[in-house]
Design a protein around this ligand. Structure first.
Ligand code: NDP
Length: 241
């Protein structure tokens, strides 16, 4: 990916940070879009010899997102790739779920993808490009207590396939990665019993690592994914096949 420029949303921490650092390791310069401070990830990326800039962006805000994308294109001279990774959970059973938690999760997880994709695609029309959306296994198989989250993640898959069809002729490839249980702060907080239950359901009998997600993103954005578009890659240890 030498010489490419990639925007990673939610890249200041967690899986997004690992994706940003791994793509930098593979030669890409990185623009981090996050509401958290991206100074640390940018320091990590610069130490790898790649350029990194942090943009403080709430990706639910259409105008601010558009301005930040245009600013990144001016700063780097172009945009080759976009990884839509920013996401949140506000879990509850349907009957207890508040309307604001539905709206918030759909805005952060799905509307943000519309905002970023629309703003970025204009910069890819002549050059081509790659987009990867970080969905989730629960967007594919559903999950009790996550009606808002699983709907947003299923919506990302529909968006992925539609945008892939609209812009294939411009050589813009659009794919999704659907991670299962990944070892993060969220899964570290699982109690021992819950952890055992999770392990029972996963054929590989372990949690995934953020790096496992980053490998799939790299595969899709690099030349190895050159003939792949509209695809969803499951990275879930066999939890759902
Ligand atoms: P984290 O919460 O660790 O990181 C997400 C980052 O996105 C945070 O810095 C977060 O800030 C930021 N963010 C949230 N809202 C916005 C916004 N409106 N604009 C810009 N940035 C925002 O999440 P994970 O690393 O665990 O997850 C990353 C992605 O992977 C998510 O889309 C998640 O749904 C998906 N995923 C995660 C799995 C897991 O096991 N962890 C499994 C399957 C999918 P803040 O901290 O303030 O919210």
């Amino acid at each position: 990916m030498n010489g490419t420029v990639t925007i990673v949303t939610g890249g200041a921490q967690g899986i997004g940070r690992t994706i940003a650092a791994f793509l930098a390791e593979k030669g890409s310069d990185i623009a981090v879009f996050d509401i958290q401070d991206g100074a640390d990830v940018c320091a990590e990326i610069r130490a790898l010899g790649r350029e990194c800039r942090f943009y403080s962006v709430d990706v639910t805000n259409t105008e601010i997102t558009k301005e930040a994308v245009n600013q990144a294109a001016r700063d780097f001279g172009k945009i080759d790739n976009l990884v839509n990774n920013a996401g949140i959970t506000r879990d509850n059973l349907l009957l207890r779920m508040k309307e604001e938690d539905w709206d918030l999760v759909l805005n952060v997880n799905l509307k943000s993808v519309f905002n970023c994709t629309k703003a970025v695609i204009k910069h890819m029309l002549r050059t081509g490009g790659g987009i990867v959306n970080i969905s989730s296994v629960v967007g594919v198989m559903g999950n009790a207590g996550q009606v808002n989250y699983s709907s947003s993640k299923a919506g990302m898959i529909g968006l992925t396939k539609s945008v892939a069809k609209e812009y294939a002729e411009r050589n813009i490839r659009v794919n999704a990665v659907a991670p299962g249980f990944i070892s993060t702060k969220m899964t570290d907080a699982l109690e021992e019993k819950a952890r055992e239950e999770v392990f029972k359901a996963i054929p590989l009998k372990r949690l995934g690592e953020s790096r496992d997600v980053a490998y799939a993103v790299y595969f899709l954005l690099s030349k190895y994914g050159n003939y792949i578009t509209g695809e969803v890659i499951n990275v879930n240890g066999g939890l759902h096949m």
